[in-house]
Design a protein around this ligand. Structure first.
Ligand code: HEM
Length: 408
């Protein structure tokens, strides 16, 4: 697919200047303020319209209104998932596709179906005891200390260890997997990002070759045994599945959970309420993830079309900025506040349209269990005074460390 570059196409012709706004979703200047990325998303929503052109990163469209983003996610004929790099790199060979993420309908459904079977609520719920046991172990290890970096000690470990087990990877390589996933999602330097994706692919290709020779009871072996539309899958296709799962599974929950704990550390009244009313935790988790969505997603424009008054051209890149769409005041009253008494929380933190997150049932179980165990095992926790909570943007919004303290 032909891709535009900054040199050819700095600002689309005929665009109203009020629709040209600077937003660098990796390292935006708004991210550094008090309140970090969640506040930056609110500022961007107030400053910019539902869809606009950003001059950062070689130029790309940003869609952030709730209705506009739902429309864009459904319009797969216009907003294609076939290529997902901002800035586009037409100078590099096209990488093998992440399956099913980078397939558009109608091909997408047949390739999504096998994962649907694996990631059902029932299948994921079978892991709840394992998830709870690990949550208890990790939280009990820090509780007597009175302080900890919650990201390192709990939020990162729990989902990543569970995911490593589901995939059939090796827990001994925890740090290596995590570093690759983190770099691929949120490293501001594109060359480092591309290298992380390349290294992750090589590593997974080695595991796939091993499972082809020695199948086990794990997800990689299940994928190798699939037939799709009557044909056996190739090792390259399995690599496409594994790359997506690896990068989606190793970074998202850890960061979503850290943003949620960052919020709760500053809203101690809500902590107390949830300790008193633990049956509200699942509903509260939906509200917390609405306000702290972590995954903006990338599309490429598949044809020239004026969409909502915007002159989209084939090959332009676009970002569907879900974190801002979840605080659209036309859909949510007082959208910036976490209000667990909200009745209807129709958030789109897990995306919208045919690519809606397949891992959401697992993510929800992990986040609810973690919240339940953290609130019942730790006394009131707060941010450690004088220690920063560094954040960065990108394909997954990231909390780099979360120093918390509580009374022993
Ligand atoms: C809080 C945690 C998570 C969030 C916020 C999240 C968010 C998202 C979003 C926004 C999409 C849509 C992508 C697009 O439209 O291009 C997506 C897709 C996907 N997610 Fe997640 N995700 C999370 C956790 C997970 C986990 C734990 C897994 C796997 C273990 C996973 C696997 C997937 C897969 C396979 C897709 C692609 C589905 C398709 O293309 O049909 N996600 N996720």
């Amino acid at each position: 697919m032909a891709m535009a570059t900054l040199a050819e196409h700095p600002v689309p012709k005929g665009i109203d200047p009020s629709l040209v706004i600077d937003f660098d979703y990796y390292s935006d200047r708004r991210y550094g303020q008090p309140g970090g990325i969640p506040q930056a998303m609110a500022d961007l929503r107030d400053e910019a319209p539902d869809a606009f052109w950003s001059t950062a990163l070689g130029g790309y469209w940003v869609v952030q209104g709730h209705e506009a983003i739902v429309d864009a996610a459904a319009r797969t004929d216009l907003f294609s998932s076939g290529y997902m790099r901002i800035p586009a790199r037409p100078d590099l060979p096209e990488p093998p596709k992440n399956i099913p993420l980078q397939l558009d309908p109608p091909n997408h459904a047949a390739f999504r179906a096998p994962l649907n079977k694996v990631f059902t609520p029932t299948q994921m719920y079978r892991r709840v005891d394992q998830i709870r046991a690990l949550a208890v172990e990790l939280i009990d290890a820090i509780a007597p200390l009175g302080e900890a970096d919650f990201f390192d000690t709990v939020a990162e470990k729990l989902p990543v260890l569970i995911f490593i087990d589901i995939m059939g990877l090796d827990r001994a390589h925890f740090r290596q997997y995590r570093d690759m996933a983190k770099a691929a999602a949120s490293e501001p330097d594109q060359e480092i990002r591309l290298k992380a994706v390349h290294d992750g692919s090589e590593l997974l290709a080695g595991v796939i070759a091993d499972r082809r020779a020695n199948p086990r009871d794990d997800l990689i072996s299940y994928l190798l045994d699939l037939e799709i539309e009557g044909a056996p899958v190739s090792d390259d296709m399995v690599l496409g599945y594994c790359k997506l799962l690896f990068f989606a599974g190793l970074d998202t929950v850890a960061n979503a959970m850290s943003f949620i704990m960052y919020y709760l550390a500053r809203d101690q009244a809500l902590q107390e309420r949830l300790r008193r009313e633990p049956d509200k935790i699942p509903h509260a988790m939906e509200e917390l993830i609405r306000r702290h969505a972590v995954a903006p997603v990338v599309r490429i424009i598949a044809k020239d079309e004026v969409w909502r008054g915007l002159p989209l051209s084939k090959g332009d890149m676009a970002l569907l900025n879900y974190p801002a769409a979840n605080i659209d005041p036309r859909v949510f009253d007082h959208p910036d506040e976490v209000d667990i008494d909200r009745e209807r929380i129709n958030h789109i933190a897990f995306g919208s349209g045919p690519h809606r997150c397949l891992g959401r049932h697992l993510a929800r179980i992990e986040m609810v269990v973690l919240l339940e165990e953290a609130l019942s095992r730790l006394p009131t926790f707060r941010l450690a005074e004088g220690k920063p909570v560094p954040m960065r943007g990108g394909g997954v919004l990231t909390v780099e460390s979360l120093p918390l303290v509580w009374d022993r």
